[in-house]
Design a protein around this ligand. Structure first.
Ligand code: FAD
Length: 335
């Protein structure tokens, strides 16, 4: 749980239910000087600054979280889970936007592209169509009343977006099989290459077609295969860059490919991380998204909790002189 709080973790259901911060009311934490403090608490509404919001997602740089007071969310009464099959990723991304534009908010919309479908099917034989360009797993959840109408609406939208087939899970076993395919996708990637690096970036949902085209271009540029399995409903991409760590040239190309993808995300108005965090790996990319003033403010806030900089040092916010690849204004959004 501490890691979840530190990363402000998300996952397939963030589209409807939000990320960790949307479920945390209060925290107990140990400050780097040993003092035990509480921020927030069991009350839903509190006054003063939102210190819970400051700690969640701070990647361990404010202290060690030892207890979390969480909101409980009732399990949905019912689910309807679809597998929508597309000839290409463009059609699948169009369907994602069309569903949301229609005012339907599924519990989850997850996408897998051809490379990932192939790996998952080879590993787990769950019945994914191996010749598809992309599939979406769409899950509606909520009250039983009105579910049939919403399901029909989604089926119609997805078909109009170009799906060549829409399957609905007929029972809990079929639903579980679809989720097994999605949740084991990362494990299946081990069949494709000796090593892989999962990138984590975000774009506005309407930019999904562009970022996927950009990822394909990066793949060609660096001569590395890149698969995509991600939380499409949130625009939270996870390009999986395949490489062989025994070849230093491939390692460098994998690093460069990941960086190019992140730059593209930011250029499209997105972000450097949806849920895996900045850590040390992406620290030097922070200036792509934040101005020196932005980072100074974040650094000052961190010092309130950790004046000596002892908690998870040298992470997230680059220290002066340790970075700065570019000094870019915040978010150069290509309109
Ligand atoms: C294949 C793969 C898939 C993933 N999928 C998802 C996903 O769907 N959604 C998602 O959100 N993330 C995902 N992640 C990223 C990551 O695993 C999660 O964010 C996870 O919740 C981190 O928790 P952890 O316990 O593993 O933390 P760790 O990896 O152990 O730590 C993460 C950070 O939190 C800090 N930390 C750990 N414990 C505490 C504590 N008690 N107090 C303060 N700081 C602390 C650590 O110092 C570190 O900086 C994925 C990662 C991988 C490798």
């Amino acid at each position: 749980m501490g890691g979840n709080v530190a990363e402000n973790s998300g996952g397939p259901h963030t589209l409807k239910y939000g990320v960790t911060t949307n479920h945390v009311l209060g925290l107990e934490m140990v400050l780097p000087d040993g003092e035990i403090v509480e921020v927030g608490g069991p009350a839903e509404e509190v006054c003063g600054f939102d210190l819970v919001g400051a700690v969640v997602g701070s990647e361990g740089t404010t202290g060690i979280v030892t207890r979390a007071v969480l909101k409980l969310t009732r399990e949905p009464q019912t689910h309807r889970t679809f597998l929508a099959v597309f000839a290409d990723v463009d059609g699948a991304t169009r369907a994602v936007s069309a569903i949301i534009a229609a005012g339907v908010i599924p519990g989850a919309i997850e996408m897998m592209d051809q490379l990932i479908i192939e790996a998952v099917e080879a590993a787990f034989h769950v019945g994914l169509p191996r010749d598809a360009g992309a599939v979406l797993i769409i899950e509606l959840d909520g009250l039983g009343a009105g579910m049939d109408q919403r399901a029909e609406q989604v089926r119609t939208i997805v078909a109009a977006s170009g799906a060549r087939e829409v399957r609905v899970a007929r029972d809990e076993a079929e639903r579980a099989a679809l989720w097994k395919a999605r949740k084991r996708a990362f494990g299946a990637v081990g069949r494709l290459a000796p090593n892989y690096a999962t990138q984590d970036g975000v774009v506005p949902r309407t930019r999904l077609p562009q970022i996927l085209r950009e990822i394909a271009a990066v793949s060609a540029r660096y001569q590395l295969r890149i698969g995509n399995v991600f939380h499409a409903g949130d625009g939270n991409i996870h390009p999986i860059v395949l490489y062989d760590e025994r070849d230093p040239d491939q390692v460098q190309r994998a690093i460069d490919a990941g960086r190019d993808i992140l730059k593209a995300c930011v250029a499209m108005g997105g972000s450097l991380s949806g849920e895996h965090g900045i850590g040390a790996e992406k620290m030097h990319e922070m200036p792509l998204l934040f101005s020196p003033d932005d980072m100074r403010v974040m650094s000052d806030l961190r010092l309130v909790f950790d004046p000596a900089g002892r908690s998870n040092p040298n992470k997230v916010i680059p220290t002066p002189g340790s970075c700065v690849e570019v000094s870019a204004p915040r978010r150069q959004v290509a309109i």
